[in-house]
Design a binder for this molecule. Structure first.
Ligand code: P6P
Length: 334
């Protein structure tokens, strides 16, 4: 049995080997991992803890906040604010940025997160997760929301923790994708896969089919061709999955390939899509690209999009490279 490599050892070796991870970033990632462990314990309590159900409040997206949304947000804030590695944080659950209080030293990194993605699945015991993205704070005194508005290609680290049958942390610092499974007996994340690779082709697509009548033509064409199966233009049968938890759908794609679509649709034409660019699409797109996949909004690479608002939304098509290229081609060269 090969030696168990902990997250800490992996990060130290990454730091020593490539200088990829400055000490402050290594500390940040270890703190986020520890916070994820704590969130996992709250999630796993379920009905045995006072963590299920909704609250009276709504988040900036106008969505009813679940108790666990708020718990996860507070865990991440409290775990990260004192360490001296961050200047500020941004969260799906908070309208504005959270500047590290003056009583703590400020660092050079910005942390963005969706503290508990897929929270509609909490009460029905389906996998959910925490998504995070790390940027460097631009030079200059102080920190503002404007400092966060950097394209996804500027990320210095990104990942998620999926709370499913296993609790698994998936991470990139720009040197490929590694997966760490929580060993509850040791209480530490153990390296269980590195150099993750997404197959370039797939027979599995993930989309919420109930929105079909609202889709734009290129998406409808793509899905119709998949449904036509081996007798159709694709010459093969496809399978469909939709967990309605981006973390779970992306984890499946990183593990066995596939393509995930949450496209623009006619229901709210002024909204580019449902998912958020800064703390959902960007971190997931970097992970997918680092694993040899692709991620576009149907027309351009998601990581090239210049954000204009902290909570802006985007259309997302990501996964197996050849499928994403095909769908993007249907949009740009119909
Ligand atoms: P729908 C969860 O609420 C989420 O933000 C993503 O995790 C997920 O992929 C999507 O929304 C599910 O949306 O419309 O199918 O419920």
């Amino acid at each position: 049995m090969p030696p168990k490599i902990s997250l800490s050892r992996y990060l130290v070796e990454q730091q020593r080997m490539d200088g990829h991870i400055p000490a402050e970033l290594r500390l940040l990632l270890e703190v986020v991992a520890r916070a994820s462990k704590s969130i996992s314990q709250s999630v796993n309590k379920g009905a045995l803890g006072d963590v299920m159900g909704g609250t009276e409040s709504e988040n900036v997206q106008g969505e009813v906040q679940k108790k666990l949304d708020i718990i996860a947000n507070e865990v991440l804030i409290e775990a990260n604010e004192w360490g001296g590695h961050l200047a500020a944080m941004a969260s799906e659950e908070m309208e504005g940025i959270y500047v590290v209080p003056n009583r703590y030293p400020q660092g050079e990194f910005l942390l963005l997160f969706d503290p508990l993605d897929g929270s509609s699945n909490i009460d029905v015991n389906v996998s959910i997760g925490t998504i995070f993205s790390v940027l460097k704070k631009p030079e200059g005194a102080g920190v503002s929301e404007q400092d966060f508005l950097q394209p996804g290609c500027k990320q210095v680290a990104a990942g998620y923790c999926v709370y499913g049958p296993q609790t698994t942390l998936v991470l990139t610092v720009g040197d490929g994708v590694a997966m760490f499974t929580l060993d509850r007996e040791q209480g530490s994340f153990v390296l269980t896969q590195e150099n993750v690779k997404i197959p370039e082709d797939t027979k599995e697509f993930a989309i919420n089919m109930s929105n079909m009548r609202h889709w734009d033509t290129p998406v409808k064409r793509y899905v119709d061709e998949c449904l036509a199966g081996v007798e159709g233009p694709r010459g093969k049968d496809f399978n469909m999955r939709w967990v309605a938890s981006m973390v779970a759908d992306v984890h499946r794609i990183l593990t066995r390939g596939g393509v995930f679509l949450y496209p623009w649709d006619k229901r709210e034409p002024n909204k580019p899509g449902k998912l958020r660019l800064m703390y959902e699409a960007n971190p997931m797109s970097w992970l997918v690209e680092q694993a040899g996949g692709a991620a576009t909004n149907g027309r351009e690479r998601i990581l090239d999009i210049q954000p204009t608002k902290l909570h802006e939304r985007v259309s997302v098509i990501l996964g197996s490279k050849n499928e994403v290229e095909r769908i993007t081609h249907y949009h740009t060269k119909p």
